[in-house]
Design a protein around this ligand. Structure first.
Ligand code: HEC
Ligand code: HEC
Length: 219
C-alpha cells in the first residue's frame, strides 16, 4: 500500500470521527450518537488497528520508554499515540528515524490544519522545536545497526538466517546490544512482533540457530 493511500485512509477515518461527533442534531441524532460513541480518538485508533494493524508499530507502555522523564519521551507519548499505540525508539536506527518521523509529521500537520474544513482539530501537531527534540530522542535511543564488515560469519548458515529474519522490520541489529543472558527474551519479544506485524515466524530450530549467532557475538 502506498503512503498516500494510507494517508487518505487515515484522514477519512479521522474526518468520519469528527463528523460523527458533530452531527448530533435532528434526524441524525441517533446515528450521530452512535458514531460519536464509536469514533472518538480511541475509536479511530481501534479502526486503524483493524484496517492496518500489521503496518502500525506494536505499542509499548510509556514507562517502558528509555529515560521516561526526558522531554523527548514525553513528546513521543504526547504526539505519537494519537493514531496508534506508542512506538518504541528501538524500532528504527538513527539513520532511519528522520524519514519515518517526517512521514508522520506530514499527517499531523495536515490533520491539525484548522483551515481544512474547520473540522480537523482533533490531532495536534508538534512545533519545529518539539519535532527536533523528538527526532533527537529517537536517534539517541535508536536501534544500533550491525557493522557488517566485522562479522565474516554472516555468510554462514546461522548468519544468513539471522540476516534474513532480523532485517525485515528494522535494520539488522548489532549483537553487541545485549548480553548472552538478555538475548533469549529479546528474541521471544521479536516473535510476538512478527505475529502482530504479520511476518512469518521461523520454526524453533531456526530461532535457536539465530539465538546461537546472537549469543556468540553478544556483549
Ligand atoms: C495522524 C496519525 C498518526 C500520528 C499522529 C502518528 N502516526 Fe505513525 N503511523 C500512522 C499510520 C497511518 C501508519 C501506517 C502507515 C505508515 O507506515 O505510514 C503509521 C505507522 C507508524 C510506524 C510503523 C511503520 C514504520 O515505518 O516503521 C511507526 C514506527 C510510526 N508510525 C511512528 C510514529 C511516530 C514516532 C509518531 C510521532 C512522531 C507517529 N508515528 C505519529 C499514523 C500516525
Ligand atoms: C515483525 C517485525 C520485526 C522483526 C522481524 C524483528 N524485529 Fe526487532 N523490533 C521490532 C519492533 C517493533 C521493535 C521495537 C519494540 C520492541 O522492542 O519490541 C524492535 C526492536 C528491536 C531491538 C531493540 C530493542 C531492544 O530490546 O534492544 C532489538 C535489539 C531487536 N529488535 C532485535 C531483533 C532481532 C534479533 C530480530 C530477529 C530475531 C528482530 N529484531 C526481528 C520489530 C521486529
Amino acid at each position: 500500500m502506498s503512503p498516500y493511500r494510507n494517508l487518505i485512509i487515515g484522514s477519512v477515518l479521522l474526518l468520519t470521527g469528527v463528523v460523527g461527533l458533530t452531527t448530533t442534531t435532528g434526524s441524525c441524532s441517533s446515528m450521530g450518537k452512535m458514531m460519536g460513541g464509536m469514533m472518538d480518538r480511541d475509536g479511530m485508533k481501534g479502526m486503524m488497528k483493524e484496517m492496518m494493524g500489521a503496518q502500525l508499530p506494536p505499542g509499548i507502555e510509556p514507562k517502558e520508554l528509555p529515560d521516561p522523564q526526558s522531554n523527548g519521551a514525553k513528546l513521543l507519548a504526547q504526539y505519537c499515540t494519537q493514531c496508534h499505540d506508542l512506538p518504541s525508539p528501538g524500532m528504527h536506527s538513527a539513520q532511519a528515524w528522520p524519514s519515518v518521523v517526517e512521514r508522520m509529521n506530514q499527517r499531523m500537520q495536515m490533520m491539525s490544519d484548522r483551515s481544512m474544513m474547520g473540522m480537523m482539530h482533533d490531532i495536534d501537531a508538534p512545533t519545529e522545536r518539539e519535532l527536533e527534540a523528538l527526532v533527537a530522542y529517537l536517534q539517541k535511543q535508536a536501534q544500533k545497526p550491525i557493522d557488517r564488515s566485522q562479522y565474516e560469519d554472516l555468510n554462514s548458515l546461522a548468519g544468513q538466517s539471522f540476516d534474513k529474519t532480523c532485517s525485515q522490520c528494522h535494520t539488522l541489529p548489532d549483537p553487541k546490544q545485549h548480553t548472552v543472558k538478555e538475548w533469549p527474551a529479546v528474541v521471544q519479544r521479536m516473535k510476538q512482533n512478527m505475529r502482530s506485524m504479520d511476518k512469518p515466524v521461523p520454526d524453533e530450530e531456526t530461532i535457536e540457530t539465530i539465538l546461537g549467532f546472537l549469543q556468540k557475538h553478544a556483549k
